[in-house]
Design a binder for this molecule. Structure first.
Ligand SMILES: Cc1ncc(COP(=O)(O)O)c(C=O)c1O
Length: 538
């Protein structure tokens, strides 16, 4: 079966067989581009006759096969490029722009709900997934396909593994899409219990999805790994009814980290996949598939789409993954399976507008992750020596117990090809947490005194943003849930943006001075909305 991210079709059985395709595959590389052009020109000439055609599906199938060959070769060429080039161009080619998109150099936003077909034969082939098609925007859409293509390439960067991607309406729907198919009832063991093993240190929304939606409502038991560095603890929770292992790397907000290769090997030893939420790292710092994971979920909303214009998610998977589920397409190409079947039926698709918003920000991912990581280290070092700080959680700090482990995994991609560095350099991301001496009241006072850092339940933004997880992102899971996830009430989570770090440090310094009794003037409620809101920020 042949699957390809975004535009897909199943085996072409009715093709009449043209030797040209065989020649195309065997010529040396120097002639390939020529042949692609020939293929595309030939394809264009075929378009008009198609409109008039009543010959049935075969012509569409043949044209589809040529288009797929062309796409595959284009992707192969993109795979030879460096990370920044892939992030900038993705799978959108000059040829596609000139031939199909009036030369638009930026990926067009196709807002149409649906695609028109020339005749019944094309429609039948399309809806049967026999030709590249997008059909209907709940299933696929060209703008969405561009996002999926670039994310598949970036998460697969540097790895031999073939990857594919399905984009979703949010990070939470990506997590649901990535996990639910593995919790399906086993027809060979009807009524058998089902469980999954996942770290307790996860984003609050994930905690709720796992504990309420899966465990309480669907009776899929969440077996919590509390000490994720302890491989024996992971293993002790696995049995014959375990469907997958799951972890966040690094975790939000307490920056926990586990040995990815070790946990992936454990999953495979038990014939189950490892799913990793790599939102905080992004593919600029960590590509879990390269390290052995099977599926990656991203809240694209965060650093990937840093401007804060869209909510978006993605599932990226390796082909031919390990699973006990008896479902061949699921194992062959999980992300494409999700896209064409479960997500078609459940409808968690992203909007084309949001897909292009995310695409635009992805182009600058590597440089942003470099800069914000360097700034965050500076901010963390400042906080660490501050007398009003109880503890700083940042993987880049040398005295963090997980520093050495994180140092083995978190690298700025392509730093060895960057004139500025010339060798592999570690970068630890833009997310950190710190704890205020003096408990809940003092913590709220410091938080309320920020003037430059935004108070919001958000991260990965181009602007620095802070939250108190215990009263926001992780409030719903209750005290016991927060204790397991290591989230005390005096913790402030800070996502450092692209401002100069000196200005963030200055803001933190003045906010921390409230503990010494200094009164900081903040805006009154009458200024909380409208254009005059800055008037009281003096
Ligand atoms: C690590 C992590 N995963 C998933 C999510 C959920 O993403 P979204 O808000 O896009 O649904 C978040 C949101 O903060 C997150 O931090």
């Amino acid at each position: 079966m042949e699957w390809q991210s975004g535009l897909n079709f199943s085996p072409i059985k009715q093709i009449t067989g043209k030797t040209k395709i065989v020649i195309f595959l065997t010529v040396d590389a120097g002639f390939r581009n020529l042949l692609f052009n020939f293929e595309m020109n030939h394809l264009r000439k075929l378009v008009k006759p198609f409109v008039m055609s009543t010959n049935g599906m075969n012509q569409y199938l043949q044209a589809a096969r040529r288009a797929l060959r062309w796409q595959q070769e284009h992707q192969r060429q993109m795979k030879c490029c460096r990370f920044d080039t892939i992030a900038t161009h993705g799978i959108y080619s000059m040829q596609e722009a000139l031939d199909f998109n009036q030369g638009s150099i930026i990926e067009p936003i196709y807002m149409s709900t649906s695609q028109a077909y020339r005749d019944a034969a094309e429609m039948e082939a399309a809806l049967g997934y026999q030709i590249p098609t997008w059909c209907y925007s709940r299933i696929a859409n060209p703008s969405i396909c561009y996002l999926e293509g670039v994310l598949a390439l970036l998460e697969g960067y540097g790895s031999e593994a073939e990857t594919s991607c399905v984009a979703t309406s949010s990070g939470m729907s990506a997590i649901q899409s990535a996990t639910d198919p593995f919790l399906a009832a086993d027809p060979d063991k009807p009524g058998a219990p089902v469980n999954f093993v996942a770290t307790a240190q996860v984003y609050g929304g994930t905690f709720q999805q796992f504990s309420v939606r899966k465990q309480q409502e669907r009776k899929a038991e969440w077996r919590k790994v509390v000490h994720s560095g302890d491989i024996a603890e992971w293993e002790s929770l696995i049995d014959e009814n375990t469907r997958f292992l799951y972890g966040e790397l690094p975790s939000n907000p307490c920056l926990s980290f586990f040995d990815l290769k070790e946990v992936a090997a454990l999953a495979h030893q038990y014939g189950i996949p490892l799913i990793v939420d790599s939102t905080v790292a992004t593919p600029a710092l960590l590509r879990p598939i390269e390290q052995g994971a099977d599926i990656v979920v991203q809240s694209v909303t965060k650093s990937l789409a840093t401007s804060g214009f869209c909510i978006a998610g993605a599932v990226i998977s390796r082909k031919n993954l390990v699973s006990k589920i008896n479902n061949a397409p699921l194992k062959a190409d999980f992300a494409t399976y999700l896209k064409l079947l479960p997500n078609r039926d459940n409808g968690p698709n992203i909007s084309p507008m949001n897909a292009v918003m995310a695409l635009n920000d992805i182009r600058t991912l590597r440089m942003r992750m470099d800069q914000t990581s360097r700034s965050t280290l500076k901010v963390a070092q400042f906080l660490q020596q501050h007398s009003n700080i109880e503890k700083v959680d940042y993987l880049g700090l040398e005295d963090n117990p997980l520093h050495d482990l994180a140092t083995r995994y978190l690298f700025l991609v392509d730093s060895e090809h960057d004139d500025q560095y010339g060798s592999r350099v570690n970068r630890y991301g833009h997310l950190m947490s710190f704890r205020i001496k003096g408990g809940r009241r003092k913590t709220h006072e410091v938080f309320d005194a920020f003037k430059r850092i935004w108070r919001a339940t958000d991260l990965g933004r181009i602007k620095s943003v802070a939250t108190i997880p215990a009263i926001s992102t992780h409030s719903q899971q209750g005290e016991e849930g927060r204790r397991l996830a290591c989230i005390p009430e005096n913790m402030i989570r800070l996502s450092v943006g692209a401002e100069h770090p000196d200005d963030i440090i200055r803001d933190l310094d003045q906010a921390l001075s409230v503990i010494g009794g200094k009164i900081v003037k903040v805006s009154g409620p009458e200024f909380s909305a409208g254009g005059a809101s800055s008037a009281g920020l003096g």
